[in-house]
Design a protein around this ligand. Structure first.
Ligand code: C2E
Ligand code: MG
Ligand code: MG
Length: 715
């Protein structure tokens, strides 16, 4: 293909040239450099296509990585040079020089994804090839062994030929372990002259990494109890370096079957082992910071948690506060530099044996400590970490203040698995974060359990509404003067398929948090209004039954509040003045006119607005005048003070004051939580208008209320 200078084809060629120059010295190819370049060119073309393809396709990049093995780039160095080259030049030569900065950024990110996939493809292909090689080597070894055995039994000359010509190392020793013969391949592996090997005892060739069973197998073989064994074994070469081998040792018997010699066949696996180590390193370390990654951390944690009795562990789970802002405002490169510096500092915090720091991903780090006394250790560790973050980090000439939230878990090993421990640390970290960040919190199993159910409930909430798992109980509101039922408060419950009936305190805050409160609140209003209408129809004699429905602060700000309420009332055919909406005092403290407007509209239509839980929110009593409120619901805490006889005089004075103030503002007073007759009497004397509480009835199904009202009407 002719390449117009500076055109895409020309640039592609230049990329292939650079690539081949970089990698050629690290290959084991027998080609010349230009020939090698020709082999890389199609790979370069596929890479270039993959870079600009509409969708990212990891499979193509993995194939390119695998193809490197096929062109004899099997050394890890070749991979590393390839990745460097792709990183530096692919976008430059194969991208679009005229593209916008945004597209360039996208190309660069595509390039790094391609690199990842190439590395993965390379590693996989290499592993497959190694396995294939091992297979052929063991076949060759088997073959050689048969030849040697035959040769020993036949002529010396033939034996020599096989022995010397073999590509794998062969050695022969007597049953005392004295080395009698070694071939050239074996000598080359040991890098020494024959004198250094021949005549030595096999038993001198111990290595600290010898597995204990190696020497047991050896003993069994020389005693004639086994015919061969296969192990992976390390040796020291005469120069002190280490040689790793795949070693097969066979017992050679004489014609009568008596053990005579031992024959060792060895294959040098040092390189492969180094490569595996390096691949393992790459698979277990974070490329950006060089810290152990999630995989390695989990391995270590698992091991730590499986340690023997009396051992403990401590874990600090750190998440940086506001890291996203750094990334968003200063760019990812700055974010990366910050992470690298944080990683370096963290590493200095956990240097003792049994301590480690890892990066779990993003801006999340963990520090692990193990041993018998991690209770104190983890305290000190978290102190060191907080300290390490104090000094601002300088990135691009800016001093960035780094803060973090840390979840600490400490405990005896053997009780929990790694996933559970990490989840606990994560939950605890979030507790630190929601408490404002820049702090640590210590895990507490009860808080964990709460958070876990909270999480489960939150995710189940939306479905629950669709599945009709909510229902309403009604609690009568009673006239203190004559004890008649004049209405009821609707209180929502959730019949959860696993947890049974849940009270509103368990799920209303979650519904508020997720916004589900709006549809849920609308459903409650619809149900309750419909129910009130049904009571009226069924028993007009008891007078208009009023219905109280609670509103969450979030519903107040929802634009559909007024229109939804009007629609619901109209659909049910209920007069607005039969409805009372309860809003907690705290939601209205400091409320501005905008927030009050919908409530005012509703009040103008005739809907009563009650200030719920009054007395808990320290609202300015004079402020009440400003609110579109017609009823005060005194919080349960006031009634509690009246449970004993005589009642707490201070409580009595307060309630008396509130009642007279409320009445002077034309507000009715309802009291909550009336549990005894004495309380009811006391409250009546103090001038409260209506009451609600277990003394009259617990919240219950709608029919119960109807019965109570009927009883009133008869009595
Ligand atoms: P609240 O509006 O102050 O409701 C009164 C609570 O006091 C109810 O608890 C009720 O069961 C309880 N209670 C009634 N009488 C007694 C008594 O004599 N002694 C004692 N110790 N407690 C009594 P519940 O049903 O658990 O409701 C708790 C809160 O949940 C309610 O407080 C209300 O703020 C909220 N809530 C209930 N239903 C809804 C709803 O549909 N929407 C919204 N947004 N909130 C609701
Ligand atoms: Mg209420
Ligand atoms: Mg209340």
């Amino acid at each position: 293909m002719s390449a117009e200078p500076g055109g895409p084809e020309d640039r592609l060629r230049r990329f292939a040239t650079i690539w081949s120059r970089a990698v050629f010295p690290a290959t084991s190819t027998s080609l010349t450099r230009p020939e090698f370049e020709e082999q890389l060119l199609p790979l370069a073309r596929r890479l270039s296509d993959a870079l600009r393809a509409r969708a990212f396709d990891a499979a193509v990049a993995r194939e390119i990585g695998a193809a490197l093995i096929a062109v004899h780039c099997t050394d890890p160095e070749a991979l590393s040079r390839t990745l460097d080259c792709v990183d530096a030049y692919l976008v430059l030569y194969c991208g679009d020089p005229d593209a916008s900065a945004q597209t360039q950024e996208a190309l660069r990110s595509r390039s790094s994804r391609l690199q990842h996939a190439m590395a993965a493809g390379f590693a996989k292909a290499l592993k497959e090839r190694t396995l294939a090689e091992q297979e052929s080597i063991s076949q060759a070894a088997f073959h050689a062994q048969r030849m040697v055995a035959q040769a020993l039994h036949s002529s010396e000359a033939r034996f020599r030929a096989v022995f010397e010509g073999a590509a794998i190392g062969i050695g022969i020793a007597d049953l005392d372990g004295k080395i009698l013969e070694v071939n050239g391949a074996l000598l080359r592996m040991f890098g020494g002259s024959e004198q250094l090997v021949r005549g030595r005892l096999i038993t001198e060739w111990t290595h600290p990494e010898d597995a204990p069973h190696i020497w047991r197998l050896y003993d069994e073989l020389v005693r004639g109890e086994r015919d061969h064994y296969h192990v992976e074994k390390a040796f020291y070469r005469p120069d002190g370096t280490v040689l790793w081998t795949n070693l097969t040792v066979s017992l050679l018997r004489d014609a009568d079957g008596r053990p005579q010699y031992q024959l060792a066949l060895m294959e040098d696996t040092t390189e492969r082992r180094l490569l595996n180590l390096r691949l393992r390193y790459e698979a277990t370390h974070d490329a950006l910071t060089g810290l152990p990654n999630r995989t390695l951390f989990f391995e270590r944690l698992e091991k730590a948690l499986a340690a023997g009795e009396g051992q403990r562990f401590g874990l600090c789970y750190l998440d940086l506060d506001g890291f996203k802002t750094v990334n968003d405002s200063l760019g990812h490169a700055a974010g990366d530099r910050l992470l690298v510096e944080v990683a370096d500092r963290l590493q200095t915090c956990a240097t003792a044996p049994g301590e480690m720091v890892a990066r779990l991903g993003g801006d999340e780090f963990v520090a692990l400590i193990t041993g018998a006394d991690t209770e104190r250790g983890v305290d000190e560790l978290v102190g060191r970490i907080m300290n390490a973050l104090v000094t601002p980090i300088s990135v691009d000439g800016r001093e960035l203040t780094v803060r973090g939230s840390i979840g600490v878990v400490e405990g005896p090993v053997g009780e929990r698995g790694p996933a559970e421990v990490l989840r606990s640390a994560d939950i605890t970290m979030y507790r630190a974060k929601s408490a404002g960040g820049n702090r640590f919190e210590v895990a507490d199993p009860e808080a964990d359990a709460r958070a876990i159910t909270r999480h489960g409930l939150t995710t189940a909430l939306p479905m629950a509404l669709d599945r009709g798992e909510f229902f309403i109980e009604y609690q009568p509101l009673v006239h203190l003067g004559d004890g008649t039922v004049h209405g009821a408060e609707a209180l929502v419950r959730w019949l959860h398929p696993q947890h049974g009936v849940l009270g509103p305190d368990r799920f209303i805050p979650l519904a508020e948090h997720t916004g589900l409160i709006v549809p849920l609140g609308r459903w409650v209003l619809e149900e309750a209004v419909g129910q009130a209408r049904a009571w009226q129809e069924r028993h007009a004699r008891t007078g208009p039954m009023r219905i109280n429905v609670n509103l969450s602060p979030c519903q107040l700000t929802h634009p559909g509040l007024v229109s939804d309420t009007v629609d619901i009332l109209e659909d049910a055919g209920l007069e607005p003045d039969a409805l009372c909406l309860e809003v907690t005092e705290s939601a209205l403290i400091g409320a501005d006119d905008d927030l009050l407007k919908p409530l005012r509209r509703l009040a103008e239509m005739g809907v009563d607005i009650a200030l719920d839980d009054f007395g808990t929110g320290y609202s300015n009593l004079a402020n009440l005048r400003r609110l579109p409120v017609s009823i005060l619901k005194l919080d349960r805490s006031f009634t509690q003070g009246m449970q004993q006889y005589p009642a707490d005089p201070v409580d009595l004075k307060i309630v008396e004051g509130i009642v007279s103030l409320a009445h002077s503002l034309d507000l009715a007073v309802t009291v909550e939580g009336v549990e005894t007759g004495a309380q009811a009497e006391q409250l009546r004397i103090l001038g409260c208008d209506t009451a609600q509480g277990w003394y009259y009835a617990r919240p219950g199904p709608p029919d119960r209320l109807h019965e109570l009202a009927l009883a009133d009407a008869r009595g």
